[in-house]
Design a protein around this ligand. Sequence first.
Ligand SMILES: NC(=O)c1ccc[n+]([C@@H]2O[C@H](COP(=O)([O-])OP(=O)(O)OC[C@H]3O[C@@H](n4cnc5c(N)ncnc54)[C@H](OP(=O)(O)O)[C@@H]3O)[C@@H](O)[C@H]2O)c1
Length: 253
Amino acid sequence: MDLNGKRIVITGATSGLGLEVLNLLLKYDVRILAVGRNMTDVPQDEKIFPLQCDVSSQQGVDKVFAEASEKMGGIDLFWANAGFGCYQQFGEPDWVKMEQIFHTNVFSPYYSLQKMLTLYPNQKMLFMVTDSIAGLLEVPGFALYVATKFAINGGMSAIQYEVPKHVTVSIIYPVATKTRFFERAGTSIDKAGPVQSSEACARAILRGIQKDSKKIYPYTLWLPFNFFLKYIPFIKHFTLKTLNLQLQRKWGK
Ligand SMILES: NC(=O)c1ccc[n+]([C@@H]2O[C@H](COP(=O)([O-])OP(=O)(O)OC[C@H]3O[C@@H](n4cnc5c(N)ncnc54)[C@H](OP(=O)(O)O)[C@@H]3O)[C@@H](O)[C@H]2O)c1
């Protein structure tokens, strides 16, 4: 997508990947609705319309679309990026936590895409969603998060076949990236691997936008790694088993 003149919505623009890409986008002739709950780090710029909003509910997403219409007259690129992780031993019953994580990571992106397709049916558009390598790999310790990201990968990949030619649905699969994600999820990035800087990840996402890529893998070494995981199942099994043993030791099992 040629970015110049485009009206962009970014959810989760207040921190991490969203904020990093937002800053890169400012060198283009764009208008951006920057959405999140804590606006402290969002730069003040005439190209940015900050919107303090929780996107984990239908009302929240509706508010984003109403604001985009009012401030920018529509949307050319919608990036459903808001999301969070949850690092825990699976078992403690917690309906509320499951609702929160599915509402934010799954329902919100799907509902946003439904709104884009309904409100702008004939318009050329790019819809991006931040998935994760955890949407492709069953990482122990992150079961609920993995469930949400697999849900994104599966459904959005199906939708990629359905949408008309003028609509591009793009799925982003970052590896562990240095943002506040791990701290917020209740763990540390030291335990993860491979790891990428948020700057490098953001640059790769920007290249993906410019090329209208349907699948964006910001960490290119993931592709050969994935080849081994996919075609030599023992490697995957061994890697995940070892990770799980470390977790069980940590959790005193
Ligand atoms: N970092 C990684 O290792 C990694 C790897 C793969 C995928 N991802 C995905 O990348 C995306 C961005 O995460 P990040 O790494 O940039 O982490 P981050 O620094 O924690 O940023 C998360 C962003 O999501 C926003 N957000 C979360 N819940 C929200 C809600 N209910 N309403 C509105 N905004 C909400 C946060 O804004 P407020 O707090 O201001 O509301 C923040 O801007 C997420 O979808 C995450 O799953 C991250």
